[in-house]
Design a protein around this ligand. Structure first.
Ligand code: PAF
Length: 296
């Protein structure tokens, strides 16, 4: 077996990445892109597999983007596992890892930000008011650097997907967004780099979130359409079961529970079409999000 690292190039300079993308496009080869913040897990790997299916040349970025973290959020303690990430990526035989420094992406005097206000102030945006501005800004910058034909994002961040699709449409980016379904632990917990903050016991209890979402989807599938009643079912389910099974495992606080139209994040009067049940929960100091789609 040859050493797989030899096929993957690691780049940290914007100009070098742009030069390579230009050369690849000249050869009429399509570029698939998976932007990440590292601490890679099976969810990221599934997105890379999708990118590989759609394009001959695959670029992955790792950049813990400071502008998408609020001042009191976990930017400093966000897991950084570059050595392990490099191993995983070279096994996947991607073409380029783009891993710039903060200074390369936001040099002194940086001052341009992209905002999609209509979609950014709800769900996660309520408690993270500047988050999506940071996400849109970095993704737009990365698209201008990598020039991807397609970019793959995970459906766990359902709001992020809606916002980025809107940004791409409004700003005429030539990149197509493809989404990858949520990858879960065997117990149902949605994979996330932030799961590293949880103890084993917390990981076990946090599976109640998805279990409750599935039970709620079943209720909708059986005909229940009363949104306040469904939201109460989720709230009671998560609070009662998670607290009951671990009274000593830190505090539990619901950030939001929403049942909305999946494509425009609007609260419908009656559930119709593709509906998204989305929740965010504070489990101790860890904020967990999850969602499920139901066809109503
Ligand atoms: O989903 C993420 O990991 C991040 O929000 C992204 C898209 C890489 C931007 O920093």
């Amino acid at each position: 077996m040859g050493h797989p690292t030899s096929t993957m190039k690691v780049i940290s300079k914007i100009s070098e990445m742009q030069e390579i993308s230009k050369e690849i496009h000249k050869k009429n080869i399509s570029i698939g892109f998976v932007p990440t913040m590292g601490a890679l897990h099976k969810g990221h790997i599934s997105l890379i597999d999708i990118a590989k299916k759609h394009s001959r040349f695959v670029v992955v970025s790792i950049f813990v983007n400071p502008t998408q973290f609020g001042p009191k959020e976990d930017f400093n303690k966000y897991p950084r596992t570059l050595t392990k990430d490099l191993e995983l990526l070279s096994e996947k035989k991607i073409d380029i890892l783009f891993a710039p420094t903060d200074k390369e992406m936001y040099p002194k005097g940086y001052g341009t930000y992209i905002d999609v206000p209509d979609f950014s102030n709800k769900l996660c945006g309520k408690s993270r008011p500047t988050h999506f501005k940071g996400v849109c800004t970095i993704v737009a910058k990365l698209f201008n650097i990598v020039s991807p034909d397609i970019a793959v994002f995970g459906e766990k961040d359902a709001q992020q997907v809606v916002i980025l699709k809107k940004m791409i449409k409004d700003l005429n980016f030539p990149t197509k967004i493809i989404t990858g379904q949520i990858i879960r632990e065997p117990n149902g917990l949605a994979m996330s780099s932030r799961n590293k903050y949880l103890t084993d016991k917390q990981k076990q209890n946090a599976s109640i979130i998805y279990k409750t979402l599935r039970e709620t989807a079943n209720k909708i599938n059986k005909g229940e359409r009363n949104i306040p009643k469904l939201k109460k079912f989720i709230k009671d389910g998560i609070l009662t079961k998670m607290t009951h099974s671990s009274p000593s495992e830190n505090s539990l606080k619901i950030d939001y529970i929403e049942i909305i139209n999946k494509n425009n994040l609007q609260q419908p009067k009656t559930l119709k079409g593709e509906c998204l049940i989305a929740v965010a929960v504070w489990y101790g100091k860890t904020r967990l999000i999850d969602n499920i789609t139901v066809n109503c």
